[in-house]
Design a protein around this ligand. Sequence first.
Ligand SMILES: *Cc1c(COP(=O)(O)O)cnc(C)c1O
Length: 224
Amino acid sequence: MQTDVVNNLNQVRSELPQTVKLVAISKFHPVEYIEAAYSAGQRIFGESREQELKEKVEKLPKDIEWHFIGHLQTNKVKYIAPFIHMIDAVDSMKLLREINKQAVKCDRVIKVLLELHIAQEETKYGLTFDACRQLLADGEWKTLTHVQICGLMMMASNVDDVNQIKSEMMSAYDFFNEVKAKYFADAPEFKERSWGMSHDYKIAIQCHSTMVRIGTKIFGPRVY
Ligand SMILES: *Cc1c(COP(=O)(O)O)cnc(C)c1O
């Protein structure tokens, strides 16, 4: 294997505090790479395309916790509902409703994170702080019996300026505390702060991340 997946994985692990979960982002990488990481003990993997995910799920061990990290179209939810552990990037009530509907059909509870839009880049998905406040204030989410909102997710701007990355992550942290106090004070499952990727996970750890999503640093560059 060209990329030394196990070595890279162990390197990343050695840098993460015990309290930070590692989601190994395997999108665009072959099943063999996932198997290598699996045999080194990794059980949480993230994918961004439902077709690719489905194919991989069929070939890989059943105790993997799969995260869907990409933008998910509502009409695709049904394909992943039977097995997905967490959907990390929920950015609308419409999507949340559909996840609940499909989860009911599968008689499962699906964990989700609400995705915040903080980065400067216009192409990124996610809820602004105000849109997220609105969604939570509206209260419909409380009636959804088969989704569990477990926290927040965000991507910082893809820049070299460490201070900008920090300030974006810290504003996500402040916002987490705000909504935790207002809506989830009695919900212990609302605890995840998912920020940090290959280029900024060390900063994310300083900014109270509980869940990093790392691809390139473990599996090497993606071939699209
Ligand atoms: C691809 C992706 C990652 C991983 O990115 P790397 O730079 O390869 O670590 C993390 N989060 C999301 C949402 C992604 O789409």
